[in-house]
Design a protein around this ligand. Structure first.
Ligand code: HEC
Ligand code: HEC
Length: 206
């Protein structure tokens, strides 16, 4: 081994264990596929049922993409929207490709979304007191509790996910550890109206 090669070896050993910076250019290239549904700005598209993803923390995006790939999410044939997303996650070859696109998405500035769900904001606020323990009082999420941000997301997507957890389309696969934690929380919302109320309240959070 030449002296230089040995030095390169030692330098890369020094990096082992520390996170290697994600490659935003590669992430951007992968994102071209995603833009078709989530939009070039990551703002989502109601007509295509695709949520806002711009600005979403990379730890959460990576986990969801892995979940789709592993079949922890999006395998139940009744989960029509998850089933649409799953093959898209498959376009990401490995953990590096997932990390790169997640870093690119995190760096995107989230556009403002329009409220669409009608609900009783005051009742929703009362219900949200429970949710705040994990998702934060301002809905900005808590990584330590594995809970994603909710503020800034489309209200129709929030409502649909709550219905998906309740009906068991999401959060029932044993591989979906964190979805299984969320599912009992959705059960606290008695009916469709309660789901709409809390979604309407979340839409008021900055
Ligand atoms: C054909 C349309 C389509 C394409 C293309 C697409 N998605 Fe999706 N994506 C969806 C839909 C629909 C959902 C909502 C699934 C659900 O309701 O559970 C979704 C959900 C997601 C979620 C979950 C968001 C959350 O809050 O849990 C992530 C992350 C995501 N997509 C990332 C991507 C990435 C990255 C790409 C590109 C590699 C991509 N999507 C390409 C349609 C698409
Ligand atoms: C015990 C902690 C905890 C509580 C309390 C909780 N959640 Fe969650 N929630 C989670 C976790 C963890 C996830 C991520 C699940 C995953 O990775 O799929 C989640 C995911 C979600 C999602 C999916 C977001 C997305 O982008 O797809 C929604 C919507 C949601 N929660 C709404 C609520 C609401 C509304 C309440 C109150 C009724 C609530 N949560 C209470 C832990 C919690």
């Amino acid at each position: 081994m030449t002296k230089t090669a040995a030095l390169v070896c030692i330098a890369s050993l020094g990096l082992a264990g520390t996170a290697v910076a994600a490659d935003l250019d590669k992430g951007k290239a992968s994102y071209e596929v995603c833009a078709a549904c989530h939009g070039p700005d990551g703002g989502g598209n109601k007509d295509l049922n695709a949520p806002l993803i711009a600005g979403m923390p990379a730890w959460y995006t990576e986990r969801q993409l892995q979940n789709f790939k592993d079949g922890a999410r999006g395998t139940d044939p009744k989960d029509i929207y998850g089933v649409q997303m799953r093959p898209m996650a498959m376009t990401l070859a490995d953990a590096d490709a997932i990390a790169n696109v997640a870093a690119y998405i995190e760096a995107m500035e989230a556009p403002a979304v329009k409220a669409t769900v009608e609900g009783d904001v005051e009742k929703g606020k009362t219900a949200y007191a429970t949710c705040a323990a994990c998702h934060g009082p301002d809905g900005s999420g808590m990584e330590a509790l594995n809970s994603p941000p909710l503020a800034g997301q489309h209200d129709w997507y929030i409502a649909r996910q709550l219905e998906a957890y309740k009906s068991g389309l999401r959060g029932t696969n044993p591989k979906d550890t964190f979805g299984m934690q969320m599912r009992p929380m959705s059960m606290m919302l008695a009916d469709e109206q309660a789901i709409h109320d809390v979604a309407a309240y979340i839409a008021t959070l900055d």
